[in-house]
Design a binder for this molecule. Structure first.
Ligand code: BG6
Length: 520
C-alpha cells in the first residue's frame, strides 16, 4: 500500500481575496550583527527577495552594524556572496541586488560604548531627512541574545528610542528581537520588564520564525476556513497529536550557543509550543493579532505542568553520539540535543488527548510536521468488533517542512473479490498546487513589522507562560543526575521515547517515509 496516493486539484475559480494586507510603511532598517549567521543566511536574502518582488517601500535604507572594521563596499561584497548562496530564489538577479546593495550602509564599533550609537544616530538622521522617514526605524537585533540589553541601553542613551507616531497612530521605532527571549521564567520576566521601560508592547516584535512560515499560518485557515474539521477537532474524535521537528544537521559552528541552550530552549519553548497552540486553541473572536494571541495564551495557561518526578515519566532527553566532541562543547556536557515530551492540555476540548512533541538534531530525516491521529472506528461493520483495530486509522498531517502541504490518510476498499481494506493518502503540496514555493518566513515577518501587524510575533504573556511551562523541565534535567541517553546520528532518536507513546497504546510516526502519513 506504500504508494497509494490520491492527488487533490486546486480550483482556480475558488480563489477569494479575504483580506488585503496593508502597505508596509516607509522606514529604515538597522541590523545589529549584519555579518553574523542570521543576517547573512536569512535577513539579507529576505530583503533581496522582497526587493525582487517589488514588495519593499522605496527607498529602503539599510544600516548594518557590526564590530568588524571594514568598508561598506567590503560588507556589500560579503552580503552579495551570502545572497548568492542562501537566497530562496535562484539565480540571483544582478540588477536587483545592485539596487539593494546601493542602499546598504555600514557602521562599526563597540556595542557597549556610546560612540557607536552616536555614529548610528547621525547616520539615521541623515537618511531620515533625505527620505522623509525621520524616526521610523526598525532595529533588528540579529546578535547573540545576551547582547540585547546592551543594545537597548545604547539606543536609549543615544535617544534613538523616542516614540514617534506613524500611520493610524502606530508607534515607531520598532525593535525586532530573536529568540531565545530569556533562558528561564525569571530572566524572561526581567528582560520583558527592561523592554517595557523603554518600548511599548506594540513596538516590540519578538521573532519566532516558525510563525512566519506559510504552512504554520495555514493551520488557522485550515482549521477555521473548513467547516468539516472543527466539529471533530476535539477529544471525542482525536486520539493523540504528534508534533515533530527533526533535523539531520548537528549544531554546526554554534557549539558555544547550543551547549548553553539545548533543544528545549532552542526549539521547544518557542517554535513547537507556538505550533501546538495554533493547533489546540479555540476559535478567536476575530482575525486580529490580539484576538489570536489571547487564544494561544489560554492554551499555554492550560498546559499541565510537568514538575518533579513527572519529568522523568513524561520527558525523554537524548544527546547524539559525538556531540561532546563538537567544537566549543563541554566534553562532559549533559545538554540534550533531543527531547520528546508528553504534553497534556487541561480543558474541555483536549482532556485526555496527549500531544507528543519531539525535536532533535542529527536524526535520520529533516521533517517538521503535525500529525493528528484520529480515534479508531467505533464498530467494524465488515468483520465484527475484533477487526476494528485492524482497520487503518485516519491521520491528518500538516507538513510544515519540507514539501509544505497537507495529507489525509483514509481507509478504502482495495480492488479484489475478497474484502481487503487499506489506507490511501490524499495529498496536497503547496509547490505542486500553486507552482511556486511560499514566501520565506523572514520576508513575511519583515513586511508585517513594517505594517505594524503583530499577529505573527510572540506577545509578552505568551512568552512568559511558555517559560513557566518549560523552566521546571530544564531545571529538573540540569539539576538531576539521570544518565544521558546517547543516540546514533542518523537514527530516529533514543528508543526510550517509545515509552511515552507506548503508555497510550500508540507509536511515534515513522521517519523513513516522510511523505506517508500512516503511523508505523
Ligand atoms: C532555529 C534553531 O530557531 O530553528 C535552530 O535555533 C534550528 O537550532 C532552526 O536548526 C530550525 O529552523 P528551520 O526553519 O530550519 O526548521
Amino acid at each position: 500500500m506504500k504508494d497509494a496516493r490520491a492527488e487533490v486539484s486546486t480550483f482556480a475559480d475558488s480563489r477569494v481575496l479575504i483580506l488585503k494586507q496593508g502597505e508596509p510603511q516607509a522606514c529604515s532598517l538597522v541590523v545589529f550583527g549584519i555579518t553574523g549567521d542570521l543576517a547573512r543566511r536569512k535577513l539579507v536574502p529576505a530583503i533581496y527577495n522582497l526587493a525582487r518582488d517589488a514588495a519593499l517601500p522605496e527607498p529602503f535604507p539599510v544600516i548594518g552594524v557590526g564590530r568588524a572594521e571594514q568598508s561598506p563596499d567590503q560588507l556589500r561584497d560579503l552580503l552579495r556572496k551570502s545572497v548568492e548562496e542562501f537566497s530562496r530564489t535562484q539565480p540571483v538577479d544582478r540588477g536587483t541586488w545592485d539596487h539593494v546593495a546601493a542602499s546598504i550602509d555600514y557602521v562599526h564599533g563597540d556595542f557597549s560604548g556610546p560612540d557607536l550609537y552616536e555614529q548610528l544616530r547621525s547616520r539615521i538622521e541623515e537618511v531620515g531627512a533625505q527620505h522623509g522617514i525621520d524616526g521610523r526605524t526598525l532595529f533588528y537585533c540579529a546578535t547573540p541574545a545576551g547582547l540585547f540589553p546592551t543594545i537597548l541601553d545604547g539606543l536609549e542613551k543615544a535617544r534613538l528610542l523616542r516614540p514617534v507616531t506613524g500611520e493610524k497612530g502606530s508607534l515607531w521605532p520598532r525593535v525586532l528581537v530573536e529568540k531565545p527571549f530569556g533562558r528561564d521564567l525569571a530572566s524572561s520576566v526581567e528582560l520583558n520588564d527592561r523592554v517595557a521601560r523603554v518600548l511599548d508592547e506594540s513596538q516590540t516584535f519578538r521573532v519566532d520564525h516558525y510563525l512566519g512560515k506559510e504552512t504554520v499560518q495555514n493551520i488557522l485557515v485550515f482549521r477555521f476556513g473548513n467547516a468539516i474539521f472543527e466539529p471533530i477537532w476535539n477529544q471525542k474524535y482525536i486520539d493523540h497529536v504528534q508534533i515533530t521537528a527533526a533535523e539531520t544537521l548537528g549544531i554546526g559552528r554554534r557549539g558555544h550557543f547550543y551547549d548553553e541552550t539545548g533543544v528545549i530552549r532552542d526549539v521547544i519553548q518557542n517554535h513547537l509550543l507556538q505550533v501546538l497552540a495554533l493547533c489546540a486553541m479555540e476559535p478567536p473572536t476575530s482575525f486580529d493579532a490580539d484576538a489570536i494571541r489571547d487564544e494561544k495564551t489560554k492554551v499555554f495557561r492550560s498546559l499541565r505542568r510537568i514538575v518533579g518526578e513527572d519529568v522523568t515519566r513524561r520527558v525523554v532527553f537524548g544527546q547524539y553520539e559525538g556531540y561532546r566532541e563538537e567544537e566549543n562543547v563541554d566534553p562532559d556536557s549533559r545538554t540534550p540535543t533531543y527531547a520528546a515530551l508528553e504534553v497534556m492540555i487541561d480543558n474541555w476540548r483536549w482532556q485526555g488527548v496527549p500531544f507528543y512533541v519531539r525535536a532533535g538534531k542529527r536524526l535520520c530525516e529533516k521533517v517538521t510536521e503535525v500529525a493528528i491521529h484520529f480515534k479508531p472506528i467505533p464498530f467494524c461493520l465488515f468483520g465484527g468488533q475484533d477487526t476494528c483495530p485492524l482497520v487503518p486509522r485516519n491521520v491528518l498531517v500538516l507538513r510544515i517542512d519540507p514539501d509544505e502541504g497537507i495529507a489525509l490518510d483514509i481507509t478504502t476498499k482495495l480492488p479484489a473479490d475478497d474484502l481487503w481494506v487499506g489506507g490511501v493518502e490524499m495529498s496536497f503540496s503547496y509547490e505542486r498546487a500553486f507552482e511556486q514555493s511560499p514566501r520565506g518566513a523572514y520576508e513575511r515577518l519583515l513586511l508585517d513589522c513594517m505594517r505594524g501587524d503583530q499577529m505573527l510575533f510572540a506577545r509578552r504573556d505568551g512568552i512568559e507562560l511558555e517559560w513557566e511551562f518549560v523552566t521546571p523541565i530544564v531545571e529538573a534535567w540540569e539539576n538531576g543526575s539521570e544518565p544521558v541517553l546517547v543516540y546514533k546520528p542518523g537514527s530516529p532518536g533514543p528508543d526510550e521515547a517509545g515509552r511515552l507513546t507506548g503508555r497510550h497504546g500508540c507509536h511515534w510516526k515513522g521517519f523513513r517515509d516522510a511523505a506517508r502519513t500512516r503511523s508505523d
